[in-house]
Design a protein around this ligand. Sequence first.
Ligand code: BGC
Length: 452
Amino acid sequence: MQLKRAAFGHDFHWGVSTAAYQIEGAHDADGKGSSIWDEFTQKKKKILNGHHGETACDFYYRYPQDIRLMNQLNIPNYRFSIAWSRIFPDGTGTVNQPGVDFYNRLIDECMANKIQPWVTLYHWDLPAALERKGGWTNREIINWFSSYVEYCVKQFGDRVQRWMILNEPIVFTGAGYFLGVHAPGKKGLTNFLSSAHHAALCQAEGGRIVKSLSPESKVGTTFSYSHIEPLREIEKDRAAVKKTDALLNRLFIEPLLGMGYPLKDLKILQGLERFYKDGDTAKLAFDMDFIGLQNYTRELVRHAPFMPFIKAKIIKAGKRNVERTQMDWEVHPPAIYHALMRWSQYKNLKEIIITENGAAFEDRYEEGEVNDQKRMIYIKDHIAQVLLAKQDGAPVNGYFVWTLMDNFEWAEGYYPKFGLVHVNFKTQERIVKASGKWYAAFLEKKALTDIP
Ligand code: BGC
């Protein structure tokens, strides 16, 4: 099949996504405060091989070259996040002007290269000073976050037309406050439920603030979504799917859409009500201009009577003899089609942007080249599924590859390689991989010959 950019229409948004902590480095430069990721990566045995993001891709200093590279790759849109602790080192209170200047320069550089900046306000790097006051478990976060959002929109809103409030709230509350495998490393149901409720309130409040200060801009927020299927076609596994789906896929989007939390399908979520204050039900809802969908794989789930709370278990790809990535995620392109079609059933969902999709594979660097056929095929196959969903009526209007360049992959350190561009972390040299060249050719509107 020939895949042509034109088939998606002229206003379809193509881009790449990154996140501050994963690429910027300069962890304490120019007055930046510590974030929970700066602190978490210092703790023993939390991150594979003891890796951290102190230097990462050194993007804080190398952004002009990286933006120019994006321009050379024909990438018209760039999604990045702002590190809250560069702007407010203590999370709230005094502004750190050099941090503000950095994002002004970065945005200007994008504009100078004809690249639209798409800004995520929170991609997991909470200022450590706020975590010491309870972080997302403290309801005060709504005020801290609101001031931060307000400040950013006033500073950057003259050039930024697309805002995203949160990145994948289920991941930073689930991995960070329930399982303790991401920063800040907290565990337990109470931490999870309180942080989840406050994050859900912040995502809607953030939307209201952006829209009131910058009515012309488009505001959204992003969610991870994995299409979930039963391991066996039996009732118990189907029930396990329903519960897992409520937790992983519906918990944050449905209250935003005014449907409330999916309490009926996962009883344990009823504990969220402990953190309710008067008026919260209405405050959870906000009519976003777009929603970011982030999909990488599908999950197979089975009934597991001994799993606390959820009585369901995800069967990892490694146990299923299927093609998988370095993250042990199954390669299954139709998952993104199913995700889009499922979201199409939600009323009031105006525009969907695929704000992340991509794959980690082991790369081989040979004679100055990285011939990453697997990543190229993965991306191409997923883009083809997005087109199918669009043709079947899904209101999808954008696709961003995760990610521009190899970077710090959270608990997995630098081991998984997700980039279209290879980074030599000793020299910071960048080498465009075959997948990056393919994407550039695709974006150039040339008809593409099939990948061999
Ligand atoms: C996150 C990224 C992450 C990617 C791959 C998403 O969950 O938003 O920060 O690197 O998936 O794991």
